[in-house]
Design a protein around this ligand. Structure first.
Ligand code: ATP
Length: 449
């Protein structure tokens, strides 16, 4: 149905581009306007009849939404099922090779090791890039805690690599409004957490000449085009669709219904007339974890109706919680997370408390080896230990019983302490002037200028 609607729109565009007398021209535009209005109405009524499936979390084997990530009975997230359910595509070797060729550098470990595993239209972004066409990156953070945890670092580390490799501009949205709505924070507290998070984000090493960081409370009302796009998106999504997609119920605050449009519109370059000098056809690539996909599915549905380009996505698996593979490291559960302001002692204690796939006694460990799928320290090493050869060595030795879980935890403690220490130093160097520079509205150049 949506394809039919898109085709009709395209045909109308074709019709309108043929030359006629000014009077006929005006009439043709009136007809186009009327047809588009009718098409929008058809799409809305279709959504009213067929709301997205909204089975309750209790009924589903696994739940992956922007608000809940869980698997029934402590099971493991089945990412193939997530891909199937969401309708995105798996990133294959040929796509990774292509990224390496176009950027003339080895792919980031998160890509090489399959943590960024799914995409939408990444191939189209690369096709356009190859033809010399620009794009921009968009990612974000909902300030749920004063400090980021290691899970939050994943999209930022990866985005930094993408920015450097493709030499493209980046916008980072701080959704201080979201956490105010969902976590019942006071606006002033949510803003304060957001400001602290901005310093952590800057400390990841983004290029200030190509990066714009903004908070929703601080910026959205002040940019009329951004707000205009929010209203345009809101006009094209039914309340039914919002409720089904985001699990919102009739008892929830009404603000939850309006928030998804705020997260949607940074995907459209027209929302940033100053940054992109009025270029409203600049394609957007969004690096994020797969739980954010519902926001951008909705955005991609609406984009053609606004004559905007659908944003492309590159999506990651989750860094699991310390206590198990079920779910993700989350600020909602402080015990599940290692924060980037944790002390070396905290890190050691937390790593020692992590669920391990090592056997109960030395004899069994030697005989059977560790279950690496279950082993959280080994999985964290797969994310953060950059040396491929060392990781392979640990995988073999630990998996075949010649290494004990204590050694793996010790190595992980060293690796994470280094990551956190490096970040602490970089954060200490972030000044208020740097924050102002990153958050100043200004033109963002790209490689192609
Ligand atoms: P939390 O519950 O910890 O606040 P969140 O998903 O609400 O997590 P956000 O700040 O909204 O946190 O997320 C920012 C980005 O970080 C998103 O792309 C999100 O998917 C990603 N992210 C959050 N937790 C993890 C994790 N454990 N592993 C990988 N990515 C994560």
């Amino acid at each position: 149905m949506e394809k039919m609607v898109e085709t009709t729109r395209r045909l109308v565009d074709e019709l309108i581009s043929s030359t006629d007398t000014p009077r006929e021209e005006t009439r043709k535009h009136e007809i186009k306007h009327e047809i588009n209005r009718l098409l929008d109405e058809m799409l809305l009524s279709l959504e009213k009849r067929e709301p997205e499936s909204s089975s309750s979390p209790e009924e589903e084997e696994q739940v992956v939404t922007p608000f809940v990530v869980s698997v029934k009975d402590g099971g493991k997230i089945d990412y193939d099922k997530v891909i199937e359910k969401f309708g995105c595509k798996r990133i294959d070797e040929s796509l990774i090779d292509r990224v390496e060729r176009l950027t003339c550098r080895k792919a980031h470990v998160f890509l090489r090791r399959g943590f960024f595993f799914a995409h939408r239209d990444l191939d189209e972004i690369l096709d356009a890039y190859e033809r010399g066409k620009k794009f921009y990156l968009y990612t974000g953070r909902g300030p749920s805690s004063e400090s980021l945890h290691l899970g939050h670092l994943i999209p930022f580390m990866f985005t930094k690599y993408l920015q450097e490799a493709f030499k493209v501009p980046l916008v980072i949205q701080i959704t201080d409004d979201e956490k105010c709505i969902w976590k019942s924070l006071e606006p002033k507290d949510s803003r304060k957490l957001g400001t602290e998070n901005v310093k952590d984000i800057i400390a990841c090493g983004f290029d200030v000449t190509k990066t714009f960081i903004f908070s929703n409370f601080g910026t959205v009302g002040g940019c009329s085009k951004f707000y205009e796009n929010m209203v345009e998106v809101g006009k094209r999504v039914t309340v039914n669709k919002m409720m089904a997609t985001y699990g919102i119920t009739g008892e929830d605050p009404a603000a939850k219904i309006s928030f998804p449009a705020v997260q949607a519109v940074p995907s459209f370059s027209s929302s940033f007339p100053d940054l992109f000098l009025g270029n409203d056809k600049l394609p957007c690539l969004i690096p994020c974890a797969i739980d954010q996909d519902p926001y951008f599915r909705m955005t991609r549905d609406v984009a053609p109706r606004l004559k905007y380009i659908k944003p492309a996505l590159i999506e990651s698996k989750f860094l699991p919680a310390l206590r198990g593979k079920n779910g993700k490291m989350s600020a909602s559960d402080a015990n599940s997370a290692i924060y980037i302001n944790d002390s070396a002692e905290d890190i050691k204690r937390k790593v020692n408390s992590a669920v391990t796939g090592g056997r109960d006694n030395l004899e069994d460990q030697i005989k059977y080896g560790a279950n690496l799928e279950e082993d959280i320290p080994f999985q964290y090493l797969s994310f953060f230990l950059e040396d491929d050869a060392e990781l392979e060595h640990i995988k073999k030795e630990y998996g075949e019983g010649r290494m004990q879980s204590g050694e793996v935890k010790k190595r992980l403690t060293q690796v994470l302490t280094e990551v956190v220490e490096r970040h602490r130093k970089a954060r200490a160097a972030v000044t208020e002037e740097m924050v102002d520079a990153f958050m100043a509205v200004r033109h963002l150049p790209s490689k192609f200028e």
